[in-house]
Design a protein around this ligand. Sequence first.
Ligand SMILES: Cc1cc2nc3c(=O)[nH]c(=O)nc-3n(C[C@H](O)[C@H](O)[C@H](O)COP(=O)(O)OP(=O)(O)OC[C@H]3O[C@@H](n4cnc5c(N)ncnc54)[C@H](O)[C@@H]3O)c2cc1C
Length: 305
Amino acid sequence: MNYEVIIIGGGPAGMSAALVLGRSRIKTLVLNTENPRNGVTTHSHGFLTQDGKHPSEIFKVAKQQLSKYTSVTYKKEKAVYVKGKNNNFSVGVQHNTYSAKRVIVATGHKDNITEIGIEGLSEVYGKSVYPCPFCDGFEMADKKLAVFGDALMAPMFSKTISHWSKNVIVFTNGEKVKDKELIHNLNKNGIQIIDKKIKKLLSIEGQLKGVELIDDSVIERDGGFLPDTKSTESTDFAKKMNISIEIGHFGMELYKVDDNKETEIKGFYIIGDARIGWSGVASSVSEGSEVAAIITHQIIGENWK
Ligand SMILES: Cc1cc2nc3c(=O)[nH]c(=O)nc-3n(C[C@H](O)[C@H](O)[C@H](O)COP(=O)(O)OP(=O)(O)OC[C@H]3O[C@@H](n4cnc5c(N)ncnc54)[C@H](O)[C@@H]3O)c2cc1C
């Protein structure tokens, strides 16, 4: 075996696992393409001591702090396949193969904003239109906000968003909200629904200015939120290993792991967004730290005579 552990993905989840494995002096390889999900955003929020920093700044410090742990090798390389089972894995990169007893998949999710089909949305995504109110609601508080989404999810999500601003309009882009009670409820709470088709979003340097509708009218907005970013897994490693899926909060699919974040394949772990679809920076860091401590305990047990 080249390594005890190979971590695929070096976002908050993977780098946190690497840090704790490094501190446990475990021979670890991190493979990372350095393209994290929140790379599009201007500031990362809600992670203690790093609130308001750019994601790249957090990553830079993580990489620098990791460099002192000599048992950890970091490579800016893309993993292209994972093979194996029962503490015997090989991970392929373009011109090489590495082997390890354990593999942690921390490759995250990617958002597919163009699939939403709203012209101009990609330009404002992460700059003034966001997926998560806990990440950016504070900065958007009391502004004129839009919620973009289908006739089911957008009205539901607008209830949450209305906690941060009382000026919220739901844009369903041509879909009719059929539930009369829901419409009544939203209106009662000051939320308007516009179901006309959107022509395009108007923005300047990522700052949403307005929503232009099919009839050429423009509704002024300062920013907004999306309940669904059409996100997909960044890699198919877990899928190809046939890891079971279960249904979590809000009907979201997630990979089935035990309390150790270990899948039904011994030595194969999934953490962060790769496991759950959306975990946020703090939870991803927590999962990375947790899985590294567990792996350390497992290795101590295996080496104990
Ligand atoms: C616009 C936006 C704003 C956000 N704002 C916040 C915020 O303010 N606060 C917050 O807590 N959360 C925020 N998030 C969510 C946060 O980005 C994610 O929950 C978090 O990054 C998940 O961490 P992760 O390590 O699981 O995945 P990621 O951060 O996505 O990292 C995955 C890593 O794996 C690498 N990778 C992928 N495939 C491979 C491969 N084949 N081989 C090698 N490496 C690979 C990628 O390059 C990447 O570096 C935001 C997300 C978005 C989209």
